[in-house]
Design a protein around this ligand. Structure first.
Ligand SMILES: Nc1ncnc2c1ncn2[C@@H]1O[C@H](COP(=O)(O)OP(=O)(O)O)[C@@H](O)[C@H]1O
Ligand SMILES: [Mg+2]
Length: 223
């Protein structure tokens, strides 16, 4: 089994946190000792009010709050800009050691990315980091969350093409807010054709569990 999976999205607000929470919940219910980690969260004044707090509440995991996030910014902007405004820029060595600690305490870690694949994490005179640098540093495979609706073929196609260019492995897709309409069904077919990646789950609006087959779960776990 791998040590974790890096949940990325085609952008912000596509459902990375929503889906991560359901994935952590599914793994916990399957008897795994699963943890959550996010390097940088913007737009929250405390961990309980952030993505991490949401995941903890939905999944029922007992992980201590301060281990779930390394950098928390109040301003709802990309981490690179939040750090310019508030200080405390992301240090990749700290992210790696914080993640390794969570990985040591759990069988498996669900790591959530910030924004989309081109999200700037730090940009100052000292260092420039994008989300892909965090993914590469942690050495994890990715799981791509996309909204199932209009625009998803383009958004997924461009993201997957970028991931391939950067040699970042992706295990599959999670299509969020999916319904059985002709457009959503065709989006799924076109996305699979375009990327060659499997759709591991289609998540309906207001889903309270992840419709994940045992094979899809094993693919995410890397077994
Ligand atoms: N399948 C879904 N059903 C209902 N609400 C959803 C669903 N997916 C996402 N949301 C809601 O949409 C908003 C954005 O989702 P979120 O997971 O925070 O996105 P991201 O982490 O990609 O920025 C949140 O309010 C979340 O609760
Ligand atoms: Mg989020």
């Amino acid at each position: 089994m791998k040590k974790g999976i890096f949940v990325i999205g085609t952008g912000t607000d596509v459902g990375k946190t929503y889906v991560s929470a359901l994935l952590v919940k599914a793994m916990r219910e399957a008897g795994m000792n699963v943890g959550y980690y996010k390097a940088a969260i913007s737009g929250a004044d405390s961990i309980p009010h952030s993505d991490a707090g949401y995941v903890k509440q939905v999944s029922g995991i007992q992980q201590p709050d301060h281990t779930m996030v390394s950098y928390l910014y109040r301003t709802a902007v990309s981490p690179h800009l939040a750090a310019r405004m508030e200080g405390n820029p992301v240090n990749l060595s700290r992210v790696m050691s914080d993640f390794n600690w969570v990985a040591e305490m759990h069988d498996f870690v669900v790591v959530e990315g910030s924004g989309g694949i081109l999200c700037p994490i730090r940009d100052d005179a000292h260092t420039c980091l994008f989300l892909e640098d965090v993914i590469q540093a942690l050495g994890l495979d990715t799981l791509l969350v996309a909204d199932a609706g209009l625009g998803s073929i383009n958004a997924v196609g461009l993201t997957v093409s970028y991931l391939k260019q950067k040699h970042i492995p992706t295990v599959g897709l999670l299509l969020n807010r999916f319904n059985d309409s002709l457009m959503h069904t065709d989006n799924r077919t076109m996305i699979e054709k375009l990327t060659g990646l499997p759709t591991l789950a289609c998540i309906p609006q207001n889903a309270d569990c992840l419709p994940l087959s045992p094979d899809a779960l094993n693919l995410i776990k890397g077994v």
